[in-house]
Design a binder for this molecule. Structure first.
Ligand code: CAA
Length: 394
C-alpha cells in the first residue's frame, strides 16, 4: 500500500521533519550573513586571534545570540531546529563565530531561562540576547575536565552570600563576557550534590581574567583561564536550589552538545562545498578532477556522512523541542558529527592537494577547527560513556 506520508514529511517515531517557512528563512538569513559578513575577514581573524565587537553586535541584531529565548526576555522565541540550522550555516565559514554563539545560546541563555528565577531572567537575558554583553559557562578546571564532578573551586556559604575561590580553565568567551555561570563546590561532603551554579558579573572584585590561550583552531574565539580570589557573590545569584549546580551543568550540556554537533556539521558541509567547487574546476590528467573516481568516492563518502550527521542532529533537536528525553540522541549526534567534521575537513584538503595546505583555500582551517568538536562540551569518549549508560539502562 502506498504511504500517505509525503516524501517531504519523513517521520521517525511520530516526528515531523518538515521545515517550516520560518526555519527556511532563518537558515537563508544565516547563510547570507556567513557568506557576506563572516567569510571576508575570517582568515585574518584566525591568524590574529580576535573577533570584533561590531560583528558580535551584528549577530545580536540579527537575533543569533538568543535564538531560543522567549520574546518577553528579548529573544527570538525559536525552537532548537531553527537554532541548529543557523549554527550549521554560520559554521560553514566561521566556527569561531559559531562557538561564541553556541555557548551563549545553549549553555548560558537556555540555562538561565530554564532554571533561573524571574529576577535573574529579567536582569540578564535581554542583554545576552542583544549582544550588549555575552555569556560564559565555567565548569572545567585544571584538574576537572571530563571528570567534572571533582570541582575544586569553592563557594563558601556565608549566609546571604558566597565567597568564591578557585580557577577555571579553557573558558570560551572568557575575556569578553559580562556574565559568567560558575560551577563551584559548596559542600564537599555531598560531592556533586554540593555543587552550586553562581552568576558572576565581570566587574566583581577579586575576579581576574587570565592570559588568552594560543589555540590550534577556533582561533577567532576568545578562550581564557579565570581566577576567583575571595569573590563575593550574593545568594540571589545562585541558579536553582542549593546543590543544584551539577545537575544544571549536565542538563545545559545536553543541549549544548546538539549545538556543537551542528557546528561540526557546518564545518563538514562547508568542507564538502569547497571540495566540490574545486573538483569542478581543477584539471589533472586531461580532465576536471571530479571526473576521477578517486575524487568521486571521497565526495560520495563525505556527502553520506554529512547526511547521517544531519539526521542525528535533527532527531535530537526535535526530541528537545517535543520534550522527549534527548540525552542519548544529543551525545550520538555530537559523537558522529564531530568525527564527520574531522574526516570531511581532512578529505577536503586531500581533494585540494597542495592548495589545501594553504590558508587562502580555507580547508586547512576547517581541519584545525574541527578537532575541538571532538573535545569540548564532552570529549568523544565522554559521549560514548553517556550513550553506553543510556543503552544499558534501556
Ligand atoms: N544529563 C542529566 N544528568 C546527568 C547527565 C546528563 N547527561 N550525566 C550525569 N547526570 C547526573 C546523573 O544522573 C547523576 O545524578 P544523581 O546523582 O542525582 O543520580 C549526576 O549527574 C552524577 O552523574 P554520574 O554519577 O553519572 O557521574 P560520573 O562522574 O560517573 O559521570 C559525567 C559524569 C557524565 C562523566 C560528567 O562528568 C560529564 O558529562 N563530563 C564531561 C563534562 C563536560 O562535558 N565538560 C564540558 C565543559 S563545558 C565546555 O566545553 C563549554 C565550552 O566552553 C565550549
Amino acid at each position: 500500500m502506498a504511504s500517505s506520508v509525503p516524501t517531504s514529511e519523513l517521520s521517525l517515531s511520530g516526528m515531523n521533519f518538515q521545515l517550516s517557512e520560518e526555519h527556511l528563512m532563518i537558515r537563508d538569513m544565516a547563510r547570507e550573513f556567513a557568506e557576506t559578513e563572516l567569510k571576508p575577514g575570517v582568515i585574518d581573524r584566525d591568524e590574529k586571534q580576535y573577533f570584533p565587537k561590531e560583528l558580535l553586535q551584528r549577530m545580536g541584531e540579527l537575533g543569533f545570540l538568543g535564538m531560543m529565548v522567549s520574546e518577553e526576555y528579548g529573544g527570538g522565541g525559536m525552537d532548537t531546529v531553527a537554532y541548529v540550522l543557523a549554527m550549521e550555516e554560520i559554521s560553514k565559514w566561521d566556527a569561531s563565530a559559531s562557538v561564541i554563539m553556541s555557548v551563549n545560546n545553549s549553555l548560558v541563555c537556555w540555562g538561565v531561562e530554564k532554571y533561573g528565577n524571574e529576577e535573574q531572567k529579567r536582569k540578564y537575558l535581554p542583554k545576552l540576547c542583544s549582544g550588549e554583553t555575552i555569556g560564559a559557562f565555567c565548569l572545567s578546571e585544571p584538574e576537572a575536565g571530563s571528570d567534572a564532578t571533582r570541582q575544586k573551586t569553592i563557594a563558601e556559604d556565608r549566609g546571604d552570600h558566597y565567597v568564591l575561590n578557585g580557577t577555571k580553565n579553557w573558558i570560551t568567551n572568557g575575556g569578553i563576557a559580562g556574565v559568567y555561570l560558575v560551577m563551584a563546590q559548596t559542600d564537599v561532603e555531598k560531592a556533586h550534590k554540593g555543587i552550586n551554579c553562581l552568576i558572576v558579573e565581570r566587574n566583581s572584585p577579586g575576579f581576574e581574567i587570565g592570559p588568552k590561550e594560543q589555540k590550534m583552531g577556533i582561533r577567532g574565539s576568545d578562550t581564557h583561564s579565570l581566577n576567583f580570589n575571595d569573590v563575593i557573590v550574593p545568594k540571589e545569584n545562585r541558579i536553582g536550589e542549593d546543590g543544584f549546580g551539577f545537575k544544571f551543568a549536565m542538563s545545559t550540556l545536553n543541549g549544548g552538545r546538539i549545538g556543537i554537533a551542528s557546528q561540526a556539521l557546518g564545518i563538514a558541509s562547508g568542507a564538502l562545498n569547497l571540495a566540490l567547487e574545486y573538483a569542478k574546476i581543477r584539471k589533472a590528467f586531461g580532465t576536471e578532477i571530479m571526473n576521477h573516481q578517486a575524487i568521486q568516492f571521497k565526495l560520495a563518502d563525505m556527502a553520506t556522512e554529512i547526511e547521517a550527521s544531519r539526521w542525528l542532529i535533527m532527531k535530537a533537536a526535535r526530541e528537545k523541542d517535543m520534550g522527549i528525553d534527548y540525552v542519548q540522541s544529543a551525545a550520538m549526534a555530537k559523537l558522529y558529527a564531530s568525527k564527520t567534521a574531522m574526516k570531511c575537513a581532512d578529505e577536503a584538503i586531500q581533494v585540494h592537494g597542495g592548495n589545501g595546505y594553504v590558508k587562502e583555500y580555507h580547508v586547512e582551517r576547517f581541519l584545525r577547527d574541527a578537532k575541538i568538536t571532538e573535545i569540548y562540551e564532552g570529549t568523544s569518549e565522554i559521549q560514548r560513556i553517556v550513550i553506553a549508560r543510556s543503552i544499558i539502562k534501556g
